[in-house]
Design a protein around this ligand. Structure first.
Ligand code: ATP
Length: 322
């Protein structure tokens, strides 16, 4: 890579033009990437292509995976973390797919070892796989010195999946289309608790259940809620709480009825609002402040109704080189 200046104290080399950082001894690049919660998930009727039009207000939260890219012969994926055994390590892993698409566009072979330090629940409705796809893209772009324009990175993200563009940009955004057309929206700071369930829910299965429950009903075109967007911008949790809405929640509860007890327990513990995160089964609880969030998490931990809890804040930055 050209334009590098070595930092002998940290062993890091930074590219003066891009700000990209690599470890000069191993050539490793690490990218941190956030999970998301949908504060509004409005779902339209199934389209002829099987996708659903969405009005999807994404919020990135401070619950992160880290993806480290290192030069290797061929593509290799490894994963560590509590859910690591549920993560595919073959070419279906979104991190490997991201590296493959980027390499193909650049006329390279995807010779990279991608190591995922996984903290985002797997198949939990928090876009963990999408996050790793976005992180791998940014990591490989830096590792290979490509400096790909943001618009092209976003294009590759949309090819990888509906939630991947948001994982790249983070913050808060309205997603339209099937969720991949993003408009940033202003957001104040909020505090959250996430209750991680045992086992995941398949997003396509939750959408199928949505279609089954919707059969015979008129489904309005999805629209962003002005009240929710105003509350999000205000940073006032009491204003945001009554506006939170997830049209996939009835479908997730239908497939996993025990989630209703988790939602009720969090509300009884003082959460201002409780909802299923995306397609679930992770549940999200809005708290008044950091201390209130810790209190809700302690009650949920003691309840035995969930596998684990995580306290987080929003908004969080998108995929970031460390
Ligand atoms: P979303 O909220 O975007 O619908 P999710 O959080 O419910 O997604 P993911 O954690 O992204 O779900 O995992 C969904 C499936 O994707 C997993 O069951 C797994 O088979 C596959 N997958 C591919 N790559 C990854 C990855 N890097 N991490 C986790 N799962 C992955």
């Amino acid at each position: 890579m050209t334009g590098q200046a070595s930092d002998s104290t940290t062993g890091q080399a930074s590219d003066s033009t891009t700000g990209h950082a690599t470890d000069s001894t191993t050539g490793a690049v690490t990218v941190r990437v956030p999970a998301k919660v949908n504060v509004q998930l409005a779902v339209g009727a199934a389209r002829p292509d099987g996708f659903h039009d969405l009005a999807n207000v994404f919020l990135a939260v401070s619950l992160y995976d880290e993806v480290t890219a290192t030069p290797a012969a061929g593509t290799k994926v490894t994963c560590e973390g509590p859910d690591a055994d549920q993560v595919p390590l073959d070419r279906t892993n979104l991190a490997a797919r991201a590296a493959g698409i980027l390499a193909e566009r650049a006329g390279l072979t995807p010779d990279v070892h991608l190591h995922i330090a996984k903290n985002i629940p797997v198949a939990g409705g928090m876009a963990g796989g999408s996050a790793d796809g976005a992180a791998a893209l940014v990591a490989c772009d830096a590792l290979w010195g490509l400096d790909t324009p943001m618009a092209e990175l976003l294009d590759i993200c949309a090819e990888l999946g509906s939630d991947v563009p948001f994982s790249l940009v983070g913050g808060a955004a309205l997603g339209t289309g099937r969720g991949e057309i993003l408009t940033p929206v202003p957001a104040g700071a909020f505090h959250w608790v996430f209750a991680v369930a045992d086992g995941g829910l398949s997003t396509p299965a939750v959408f199928r259940e949505f279609d089954r429950l919707a059969a015979g009903h008129e489904i309005p075109a999805p629209q962003a809620s002005p009240a929710l967007l105003a509350a999000l911008a205000s940073g006032d949790p009491d204003a945001l709480a009554p506006t939170l809405v997830n049209d996939l929640q009835p479908a997730a509860l239908s497939l996993r009825p025990q989630l209703a007890s988790v939602l009720a327990a969090g509300t009884a513990a003082g959460a201002l609002a409780a909802l299923v995160s995306g397609s679930g089964p992770t549940t999200a609880f809005l708290a008044r402040d950091r201390a209130a969030a810790a209190g809700v998490a302690a009650v949920l931990d003691a309840s035995g109704l969930c596998r684990a809890t995580r306290v987080a804040s929003s908004p969080a930055p998108g995929a970031t080189l460390l």
